[in-house]
Design a protein around this ligand. Structure first.
Ligand code: ZN
Length: 64
């Protein structure tokens, strides 16, 4: 039982890490502590809260 919970949280962490990595790094966009797409507060070094916001932003701002 405990193993299953551990595995689930492991997967959750991996998924979150993947989202964070995807949301990270657009050198031309300084991290300002808020999502460029929705304005939500996010961690230092991030420019979007998740890939959905990044995709939204890129759709609305082609070439950015
Ligand atoms: Zn956002």
């Amino acid at each position: 039982m405990a193993d299953e919970i551990d595995r689930a949280s492991e997967i959750e962490t991996a998924e979150r890490d993947a989202r964070v990595a995807a949301a990270r790094g657009r050198p031309s966009m300084p991290a300002v502590g808020a999502c460029y797409n929705c304005g939500e507060e996010i961690g230092r070094g991030l420019v979007f809260c998740d890939i959905d916001c990044r995709d939204d932003f890129q759709k609305r701002n082609p070439g950015q």
